[in-house]
Design a protein around this ligand. Structure first.
Ligand code: C2E
Ligand code: CA
Ligand code: CA
Length: 515
């Protein structure tokens, strides 16, 4: 049934409710029947007897449905964005006709996706149902609540006069507290945090409509999610320019990727015992014609948002393998190229086949390719497609590096199962390792763990020769950082590698060690 019609039925029913035609009218049936007979005789008595059950039936159905107004009007819990827009538009029109205000509130339950990955879809679905029920129970019958995504819900407040900013903040705050109460499922107790973004129709520009109201609530929710956990944000005009800038960035970064302006640079990694290059890490850069070199922190999120991460990997892989083949041809020995893979790419079921095909095409063995996976990604996805892909890549011969090691909570069992080859120790453990006793002890503990597990180690963010020397002394296998070299384009890396080989040869002649 179209949302406009279901909304009208809902409105009629709640109007009946307001006229107090509730169950209690049962008690008045004998009195009403007598009054009918006394006033209009047998015909009136017949009329009362026939119409009362009808009215009562309608009211009862209203009362039953009132506990679940949105389910009643939707027929199902999850609605498409198009339907959500229709609902928002209808609410907006109703408010305008009554010269009142309405509001659209959006809720993002943070953590449902992780629960779905870790504990299964059944548990996640139980939580979604529970959250929607809590919302409906907390609202008035005339308000509408529905699910509009995997972890997203929408509430439309029925037209009212006092829907100002304070009232909406108070309402959001109350709903957030209700939604964040611990939830019990068969698999235990769950603590969810909920971000809220809302837009009241009173704050919209003249000429705006319901779809704009929903759009603005989405922008507010985005800002709330960026400030998670548990942030509440109201739409404001200032967000409009931010939103425009974001949209422009998305379009620009997509075009840059298509035009080949986004490409990897390479940072060398050295073996701490021989001083020789043991590999390079590909780090993506946007070579902007006006703004110069833009680091990934400024555009990776936009690529994520526009669903272009697979395309980015393809670009990095293509450039990286081309560079590796060219270095081989020039006689520059770079044993391995490491590439960063985000969770999006690791979820691609065709990833292994594509890599196999690419390596074949370039005539390179899989052992020359390193796959860098963040420890947080592995810790959050111990089951499913991500570990399956990693295990298959490892079986193929690719080397698996656990990136930013020490910042996540990957279990030792997971490291073993995924056949990780090397721990890439996060920069936070490396900084000042030569000057701080605490850092030194922490580094020694991590290296001891790696040793016992039979894993190689690489320290990242090595900025000084002091750090480099101490890492070598503690038994860290490889080092990478500005203290050795900054990331650079492929051609420059070839020159650097040749000069480095000459430096090592000269040092060996003089009888000095590496570093
Ligand atoms: P990451 O994988 O942890 O990469 C190391 C980052 O540390 C790089 O930043 C590198 O330039 C920087 N770095 C290296 N040595 C030092 C040092 O001695 N001191 C300091 N302060 N920093 C150092 P960058 O290139 O800006 O990359 C940032 C992040 O962007 C990377 O962190 C990685 O997570 C992501 N990234 C880069 N390229 C790609 C890519 O092709 N695909 C994906 N999915 N992510 C990428
Ligand atoms: Ca990395
Ligand atoms: Ca890292």
């Amino acid at each position: 049934m179209p949302p406009v019609i279901t909304h009208k039925i809902a409105y009629l029913r709640s109007a009946l409710q307001r006229w107090s035609l509730g169950r209690h009218m049962l008690a008045f049936i004998p009195a009403l029947s007598l009054a009918g007979y006394w006033l209009g005789g047998e015909l009136a008595l017949l009329g009362v007897a026939l119409t009362l059950p009808l009215v009562y039936g309608l009211v009862c159905s209203t009362e039953g449905a009132q506990r679940h107004p949105a389910r009643r009007s939707l027929g199902q819990d999850l609605v498409s964005m198009a339907a959500a827009q229709d609902f928002a538009q209808h609410s907006f029109e109703q408010a305008r006709a009554a010269e009142m205000h309405t509001a659209c509130l959006l809720f993002e339950a943070e953590g449902i996706e992780t629960i779905s990955r870790r504990m299964g879809e059944d548990v996640a679905e139980t939580l979604r149902v529970l959250l929607l029920r809590r919302l409906r129970q907390a609202l008035r019958p005339e308000d509408t609540a529905m699910r509009i995504g995997d972890s997203r819900f929408m509430v439309l407040i029925a037209p009212g006069l006092r829907l100002d900013l304070e009232a909406l903040i108070a309402l959001s705050d109350r709903l957030q507290r209700i939604l964040e109460e611990p939830a019990v499922t068969d698999s235990g107790l769950h603590y969810l945090s909920v971000a809220i973004g809302f837009c009241g129709s009173a704050r919209l520009r003249p000429g705006a409509d319901g779809a704009d109201m929903l759009d603005c609530a989405q922008a507010a929710l985005r800002e709330a999610s960026d400030n998670a956990p548990s942030a509440i944000r109201a739409w404001s005009e200032g967000m409009r320019s931010e939103r425009r800038a974001r949209t422009e960035l998305l379009t620009e970064v997509e075009a840059a990727l298509a035009k080949g302006q986004i490409q990897p640079w390479y940072q060398p990694q050295l073996c701490t015992s021989t001083g020789e290059i043991s590999g390079v890490e590909a780090l993506v850069r946007w070579i902007h014609p006006q703004r110069g070199i833009i680091p990934p922190a400024q555009f990776l999120e936009a690529l994520h948002e526009s669903g272009r991460m697979d395309q980015l990997t393809e670009t990095v892989l293509h450039h990286g393998l081309t560079a590796l083949r060219d270095w081989d041809a020039q006689g520059v020995l770079i044993p391995r190229l490491s590439i960063n893979f985000s969770d999006v790419e690791l979820r691609n079921p065709r990833l292994v086949d594509r890599l196999k095909w690419d390596l074949d095409r370039f005539g390179l063995p899989p052992t020359r390719l390193g796959i860098e996976v963040l420890e947080t990604v592995i810790a959050e996805s111990p089951e499913g497609i991500i570990p399956r892909n990693i295990m298959e890549l490892s079986r193929l011969g690719c080397r698996i590096d656990l990136d930013d090691f020490g910042t996540g909570h990957a279990s030792i069992a997971t490291l073993r199962r995924l056949t990780v080859h090397r721990l890439k120790i996060d920069r936070s453990f490396v900084a000042r390792v030569d000057r701080s006793e605490d850092q030194r002890r922490m580094m020694a503990a991590v290296l001891g763990l790696a040793d016992r597990l039979g894993l190689e180690t690489v320290a990242e963010g090595v900025e000084s020769s002091g750090e480099h020397a101490l890492l070598a002394q503690l038994g860290c296998d490889h080092a990478q950082g500005f203290g050795i070299a900054r990331p650079m384009p492929a051609a420059q890396l070839a020159d650097w590698a040749m000069a480095h080989a000459e430096r090592i040869a000269a040092a060996q002649k003089l009888g000095r060690g590496p570093a």
